[in-house]
Design a protein around this ligand. Sequence first.
Ligand SMILES: [Fe+2]
Length: 323
Amino acid sequence: MEAKEIFVPISLESIEPVIFPDVALYIKTGGNFVLYKSNGRDFSDHDHERLSNNGVEFVFVSKDDMDVITSHMEASAERLLKSDILNAKAKGKMIYQTSINFVDDIFNNPEKSSDLKRTRRLIENLMLFLSNNPEAISSLETVMSHNYHTFVHSLQVASLTLLMHSEAYTLSRDEMLDVGTGAILHDFGKIFVPQEILNKSGKLNEAEIEVLKRHPEEGFLFLQDKGVLSPVALTIVRLHHERCNGSGYPLGLENRDIPRSAQITGVADVFCTLTTDNNGNKTMPPHIAVQLMRHQMKDLFSPILLDTLEKLVCTEDIQQFIL
Ligand SMILES: [Fe+2]
C-alpha cells in the first residue's frame, strides 16, 4: 500500500518570503491539499500578500520537509533575537509565530481531530498573552537563545499540560494562563546548565547529572526574584520533577503533597521526552510511551493522570496511523 503523505501546517505569518527554504507548499481547500508552489520556485512577497489577502492563515508542507524547515526556523529565530532591530513586541510576535508551528508535533497525525484544534487554540491564547508581556518575552527569549531544543520541548510540554487540564478539570481562563506560563517556562533553570551537558549525546556522568538536577530550584529562585510569575507558575517550575513515590527532586515530595499542576506538567514532560528526541525526531509511539510510564515507571505518576494522558494521545486515529 502506498504510504499516505502527511502534511504539517506552517503559519503564513512566520514565513519570510524569498529566504524560506525551497520546498513545495500546499494550501488546503475543501479538505484537500492542493500544491501552491512546487520545489524550485521562490515563495515571493507577492505570494505572501496574495495568500494573506485571501484569508489564508496556514500553508502546508510535507512532513518529510520538516527537518529543513525546523533548521531554517531555528537559524532565523536566533538571528532575529540577537539583532537589535526588534523591540520586545516584535520579538514577542516572532516567538509567537515560531511557537505555533511546533504545537502539532506532540501528535503524530496533524490531520487528527478536535484535540489538535483545541491545543492550537489553547497555545495561541497563551502565546498571545505572553507576547504582550515584556518580562515573559524576555524569559522565553533567554530560553530560546540558550538552547533552541529546550524551547521547542517546553512548548510541546505546555501544549500537552494545557490539554490535560482542559480535559480533566474546569479551570478559568486566568488559571489556564498561569498553568501554561509555568509549563512553558518549566525548564527555565536550564539556562544555568552548560550547553555541553544539555547537548551531550551519550550518558551523563554523576557530576553532570547533579548539575542538571539543579535546574528546577535555580529556575524557581531566579523567576521568583523577578516577581512576575504567579505562585502556580512558580510551583510548576520548581516541582515538575517531583514524583508520587517521593523519588523526585528537589524536595522529594509524595503524592498529594505535589500540586496537581506540577504533577501534570511532570507527566507531559516525561511523555514528550520519550516520544521526541533532541532533534525533534519521533522516537517512540505514544501508546508505547504511556505503557512504559505505567509499568516500567510504576508509582512515579498518578494512574488517574496517566488515564487522562492515554485518552488524549492514544486515540483510535493515532493507533491506525501507527499500525
Ligand atoms: Fe525539567
